[in-house]
Design a binder for this molecule. Structure first.
Ligand SMILES: C[S@@+](CC[C@H](N)C(=O)[O-])C[C@H]1O[C@@H](n2cnc3c(N)ncnc32)[C@H](O)[C@@H]1O
Length: 569
């Protein structure tokens, strides 16, 4: 298998036929952004702020919101019915309903063949053994996740795993199980013997993907303490394994080596051996090529290919990993699942920063209790190298005024609705909190206007009484680290005044639920935009073999979009 080496190869590669061609992805991305542009003027409103003066008037005037309210009322605020709407029927029942029309358009995109659904061949059953695919197993796993039941790994590859068992939350089990299987398929088909994982955390994956003795693994994470701890765990497990092998084979010792040293230079004298596992901390990713040449290179098998992997590489790490893959010829393949789009830095072009929408958005982002501005993820022209989104020139040049901002990227992280979250009904304690939280911000706007954009109240206990909710929040102001807010800790709430306030504003409740449902329904749209932009970026650089998969069951692990790319001809 040969890697693309120069521009000629790259151009040939781009021009050749591919089922998911560059133009297909461009068209898809453009369709996604066209829908997103209809939603951003609403979705940039933070749920906490929905009742603030300007926001509520935007919500009240919005056709999308008003049409959504018709659906909410028709289905008596039953979230399951609303989110799982039968679109054909709804389209007939609700004439010219903008919300339904948009959902229909969006659902077609969600069901696009471009998003491949990865089907694991092996999943667990009751006995922790491996079975052929069986949907009842997945249903059981979903239930177990709700009941917080843990799973254990079993040895899958006949003695070839380094470690036999370890405890996992069932969600993590599902993620590691599916992703490792996906990676192994690619190791086998791509002559890949070297694996580098960025953001390896506790290195769950290496337990399963070191399928043969000559596969090498290097994990990198910025959390020094975690790396040290993981090193110790791995060393212990390897020693245990080695002792077992020694005992079993009566001094016929295998040559497994754990090269799991903590810093770059500690490794320098060690020879590459079977299954080397090396962990690094505190690596400057902006200088990754040099680090690779000087340090990593010598631990890798030069006769085979290298894959760069990441599981829930948070914030900018996924974007950085994609850039490293793109810029470094030694990597043949990339397999990455991102997460935490709320922490991603977003480039705001001059054009979009001049739009009224952007000005409105920035003016209305609030502060936490340390007086910390909650939108620190937008970056401008002078900080271009820090951009995590958009990566592609296509988005930068074609959609100059389009931006998401942190509030929207936050909603892209929205998990699936849990079973018990069926009703949006205000009598549902869990949901009431959302409504009360928004109403609290309005209460502040009216009674303590300086705190209109102050969000730092911390955890407020569930309550069915708005008065109690406000009192709890105000009492938290005492604990604020910011002196300027301390003066309000003496602010006396008046019970009558709160009751009156509540009565007056509760009629607006439907608007917050409409905003809530719209944010919920379209959360995936923004996650897809971020991911397809990454594919388009890779393709712009000539890497034509790019695919996107749903790698995990979305009801188990909702951050489940995987990008796979490789540079083979
Ligand atoms: C959500 S955790 C996932 C950990 C692991 N992959 C898993 O799935 O269990 C993300 C990890 O990425 C690491 N990380 C984030 N940014 C990083 C960076 N710039 N360099 C190295 N590690 C980073 C974090 O320290 C964290 O351990």
């Amino acid at each position: 298998m040969e890697l693309l080496k120069d521009n000629k190869d790259i151009n040939n590669s781009l021009n050749s036929n591919s089922s998911n061609s560059y133009n297909t992805y461009l068209q898809y991305l453009s369709n996604l952004i066209n829908i997103a542009q209809k939603l951003t003027p609403l979705m940039i409103i933070n749920l906490n702020d929905a009742f603030l003066e300007q926001m509520i008037s935007i919500l009240m005037k919005s056709q999308l919101v008003n049409d959504n309210i018709k659906i909410l009322e028709h289905f008596k605020y039953n979230l399951e019915d609303i989110l799982g709407l039968n679109l054909d029927k709804a389209n007939k029942d609700f004439e010219n309903n903008v919300y339904i029309e948009l959902v229909i358009e969006y659902t077609k995109l969600l069901n696009s063949d471009l998003i491949q659904r990865y089907k694991s061949n092996k999943i667990i059953n009751d006995n922790d053994s491996i079975n052929d695919n069986d949907s009842s197993n997945i249903n059981k796993l979903r239930e177990d996740i709700n009941s917080n039941i843990n799973y254990e790994f079993v040895e899958k590859y006949d003695g070839k795993n380094l470690f036999k068992k370890s405890s996992f939350k069932s969600k993590k089990y599902h993620e590691v199980d599916n992703l490792s299987e996906f990676i192994i398929e690619n190791l086998n088909s791509g002559n890949i013997k070297n694996i580098i994982e960025l953001g390896c955390g506790k290195c769950y994956l290496n337990e399963k993907i070191l399928i043969s003795d000559d596969v090498n693994y290097i994990g990198i994470d910025k959390q020094a303490e975690l790396v040290d701890k993981t090193n110790k765990i791995i060393s212990k497990k390897i020693t245990k394994k080695e002792n077992k092998v020694k005992n079993n084979q009566n001094n016929n010792q295998t040559d497994k080596c754990n090269d799991s040293s903590q810093t770059n230079d500690d490794n320098s004298n060690k020879q590459l051996s079977k299954n080397s596992i090396i962990l690094y901390k505190n690596i400057d990713l902006s200088n990754f090529n040099q680090f690779y040449e000087l340090t990593l290179n010598k631990y890798l098998n030069s006769n085979s290919n290298t894959v760069l992997i990441g599981l829930h590489a948070c914030g900018n790490l996924t974007a950085d990993t994609i850039k490293i893959f793109n810029e470094n010829k030694v990597f043949s393949s990339l397999i990455i699942v991102g997460c935490c789009t709320n922490l991603l830095t977003e480039y705001i072009s001059v054009n979009s920063s001049q739009t009224e929408l952007f000005k409105f958005y920035i003016k209305n982002v609030g502060f936490d209790k340390y007086d910390h501005f909650l939108e620190e993820t937008v970056v401008f022209e002078d900080n271009k190298e820090k951009v995590g989104y958009p990566l592609s020139n296509y988005v930068k040049e074609t959609f100059k005024e389009f931006f998401m901002g942190r509030v929207i990227r936050n909603s892209a992280m929205q998990g699936v609705a849990k079973k018990e979250d069926k009703y949006l009904n205000i009598n549902h304690e869990g949901y009431r909190k959302i409504f009360f939280r928004a109403l609290l911000q309005k209460y502040l706007e009216v009674n303590i206007p300086d705190l209109r954009l102050y969000y730092g109240f911390g955890k407020i206990k569930k309550t069915n009484d708005f008065k109690d909710f406000v009192k709890q929040a105000i009492s938290h102001l005492d604990k604020s680290d910011i002196l300027k807010y301390k003066k309000y800790s003496t602010f006396k709430t008046n019970d009558d005044n709160i009751d009156e306030f509540y009565e007056k504003y509760k009629t607006y409740e439907k608007y917050i639920w409409a905003l809530y449902v719209i944010r919920f329904k379209f959360a995936r749209l923004f996650e897809l935009i971020i991911n397809i932009d990454r594919i388009v970026y890779l393709m712009e650089s000539g890497i034509k073999n790019c695919e996107i998969f749903e790698i995990f069951d979305k009801d188990i692990s909702s951050r489940n979009l995987l990008i796979k790319a490789h540079k083979y001809k």
